[in-house]
Ligand binder design. Structure first.
Ligand SMILES: Cc1ncc(COP(=O)(O)O)c(C=O)c1O
Length: 421
């Protein structure tokens, strides 16, 4: 870090006399206002908000996103503030900051702060729902077949314990279209169905589900609806006042690019009387459902405040602009991959059925070796998918990626498909 960078860092949080070079990062340059038609130059200035080295192309947002510089700075500044003066008096303002994050989350999801619980991740949010509902023998929960364990195994395990049953609606590949799912759920519902739960966008191949229509169907039949938003929160311009689920979950460390171990659980006002809290301890939130659902004991409030900074950065850039950018990059990636001989692409070729997760099988190439070559030789980060279910490579572009990243990635995959790894 050069002297100028270090001076900038100091300017962030006042003097930092024992800050060692090498444990900090240069401050990001200010982000310019989003132009009416954002070009690559603008997106490069967004990329500059992140501390990843310039040569690194990360295409793994579905798993873990980097926090931006402003988020890291807030974490650093607030943690330092707390540890310089860990008194009760000083910590009151951290509680205010946590409530500010709740307000930002409510604005972001277009609901009220009284309906927001700040959890530790999507897994916790999903499990608070499946444990907290009063379900018993004779009740039925309807799931899409392709869910994360926190929204699938969790329901199955609780069904064993509490005696209710779980039924899957099949998820054929390729994505059969939105109408298929509305129809399949309508047919699968019985008088016993009490909950419908599905993933907004699947982490496996990026299938999108008709969230609004499925939630409406549930509402019309007096059924509760839960949307696992791990793969939509911070990617899609999610409007819960429009989708109207009873529960929605998300993680801070994925598409929203916030700190690790923060998450959100939305519980609609009308569902709040139908669910009980499963964790009781000190230090709950101050408003609405957070007063009963957010008492998890001592929290890391500096990171909860930094979570708010991540929401602010995305809001500043523009939610719909971010969604469009990630979708455009994904479509460019799919167009490039379609021209590479020998790939079996699992992700839907219909742009409206997917958002920003692309999975494919690279012919007979060893997936682990290919991922290692991509990362070590080309500096391209991806995820691998093992097992029998649509195995291969998963790429998930986000707003910190550029079209140059996409071109480089397609070229590298083409090269290894031609030469082997
Ligand atoms: C659809 C879905 N739900 C839930 C999760 C769990 O997220 P977390 O590890 O943040 O709890 C994931 C993680 O990849 C996911 O893809």
């Amino acid at each position: 870090m050069n002297r100028r960078d270090f001076a900038r860092l100091l300017a962030i949080g006042g003097a930092a006399p024992f800050l060692s070079p090498g444990v900090a990062w240069p401050r990001s340059l200010d982000l310019p206002p989003t132009p009416a038609s954002p070009d690559e130059k603008f997106w490069l200035s967004v990329r500059d908000q992140f501390v990843m080295p310039k040569e690194l192309t990360m295409l793994n947002a579905a798993n873990l996103c980097p926090s931006s510089g402003p988020v890291l700075e807030t974490m650093y500044r607030m943690t330092k503030d707390m540890d310089q003066d860990p008194s009760q008096d000083n910590r009151v303002k951290l509680g205010d900051g946590r409530e500010n994050t709740r307000t930002l989350l409510a604005q972001f999801l277009r609901v009220t702060p009284e309906e927001i619980v700040i959890t530790r991740n999507t897994s916790e949010s999903n499990n608070l729902v499946s444990t907290g509902l009063d379900l018993k023998a004779g009740d039925e929960v309807l799931l899409t077949a392709d869910n994360h364990p926190s929204n699938h195994t969790a329901w199955q395990e609780k069904a064993k314990r509490f005696g209710f049953t779980v039924k899957d609606v099949p998820t054929p590949n390729p994505h059969p279209g939105m109408e298929y799912y509305v129809d399949a759920f309508a047919k699968a519902i019985t008088p016993r169905t009490k909950v419908i739960s599905f993933t907004h966008q699947t982490s496996t191949v990026g299938d999108l589900f008709p969230a609004k229509e499925l939630c409406r169907l549930a509402r019309e039949r007096g059924i509760l609806s839960m949307v696992d938003g791990a793969q939509s929160f911070g990617l899609l311009d999610v409007d819960l006042s429009d989708i109207q689920p009873d529960f929605y979950s998300g993680s801070s460390h994925k598409w929203i690019c916030g700190p690790k171990e923060n998450g959100v659980l939305y519980i609609s006002k009308s569902a709040q009387s139908k669910i009980s809290a499963s964790i009781f301890s000190a230090y709950p939130g101050r408003v609405g459902v957070s007063r009963t659902f957010e008492g998890f004991g001592q929290r890391d409030e500096p990171t909860m405040i930094a979570f708010g900074e991540a929401l602010t950065l995305q809001t500043k850039i523009g939610r719909s602009v971010i969604e469009k950018r990630s979708r455009d990059l994904t479509q460019a990636l799919l167009a490039g991959l379609r021209k590479v001989d020998g790939l079996k692409i699992w992700t839907s070729q219909e742009a409206s059925r997917t958002a920003a997760v692309v999975s494919f099988q690279p012919g007979n190439l060893d997936v682990r070796k290919l991922a290692a070559a991509l990362y070590q030789k080309e500096r391209i980060g991806c995820a691998t998918r093992g097992g029998q279910d649509r195995p291969g490579i998963r790429l998930s572009p986000h707003f910190y990626n550029t079209h140059a990243d996409i071109d480089r990635t397609v070229a590298a995959i083409r090269k290894y498909m031609a030469t082997g790894v």
